[in-house]
Design a protein around this ligand. Structure first.
Ligand code: GLP
Length: 240
């Protein structure tokens, strides 16, 4: 695990953006695993700026997002599908047919099976991750099996609370209680992983991920077993 400690969120975003831009320049047909949450927002903005200025092209890139809330339509402003278009896809030249976000509606088991099949046929070159304050990656909550693949998830109360700030007026009741998420095994199959963590509320999870035992109780600790992981953390998240 390569750990890069930077001063702040801006520097972390720049560092991560550099890695993704280089990846796409080196392999214009890259398959990107993408993440949501507040952490990647600035990095996505930097990718959009770079596309505008330097014309890095995503026209042959495919993307697979980690997760989606259950029960939200793709057009719902709080859905991760909507988030991805707003923060990244509308500002780059990726083709709609190359964009994949798990579908949180309809027959979830069928959706999970279909997503796993697509991932098996399109192995992710580089997977972006954030981390939950309880150590979750994607929506793989503490206790998730390391051999899990895309699955239906009951969100932990702490995750619902954490994510409420991103919902209308921070309304905790508006946050779905379930989600669909790539499993830990899917994440581990990515050729490279880049995880960004910023802020003091991530310091416990970051310490556990890097120094703690590898345990399903802290899902991100599994990354210690991956052969190509870069963790980019700011000083606050590196506090412990
Ligand atoms: C959600 C997402 C995760 C993300 C986490 C952290 O739970 N499913 O992929 O890493 O939030 O979010 P934030 O970056 O807002 O702290």
């Amino acid at each position: 695990m390569k750990v890069i400690i930077v001063k702040n969120y801006e520097e972390a975003s720049q560092e991560a953006a550099k890695i993704f831009i280089n990846q796409v320049k080196e392999n214009p047909q890259s398959i990107l695993g993408l993440a949501t949450g507040s952490t990647p927002i600035r990095m996505y903005e930097l990718l959009r700026e770079d596309h505008e200025k330097n014309h890095t092209s995503y026209k042959d890139v495919k993307s697979y997002n980690l997760d989606e809330y259950f029960g939200l339509d793709a057009s719902h402003p709080q859905s991760y599908h909507y988030f991805m278009y707003k923060n990244l896809f509308n500002g780059i030249d990726i083709k709609d047919e190359n964009v994949h976000v798990p579908c949180g509606q309809g027959n979830i088991q069928e959706n999970c099976d279909e997503y796993n099949k697509m991932l098996a046929e399109n192995p992710v070159d580089i997977q972006l991750l954030g981390i939950g304050s309880n150590g979750h990656i994607g929506f793989n909550e503490p206790g998730t099996d390391f051999d899990s693949r895309t699955h239906y998830v009951d969100l932990k109360e702490s995750t619902i609370q954490d994510n409420a700030r991103l919902f209308f007026d921070g309304d905790v009741n508006a946050v779905p209680k379930q989600a669909i998420s790539m499993g830990i095994q899917n994440i581990m199959e990515a050729k490279k992983v880049v995880l960004i963590a910023c802020g003091k509320n991530k310091e416990d999870a970051v310490k556990g991920m890097i120094e703690g035992p590898v345990t399903p109780e802290l899902p991100a600790s599994v990354l210690q077993n991956h052969k190509d992981v870069t963790v980019i953390i700011d000083e606050a998240a590196a506090g412990l």
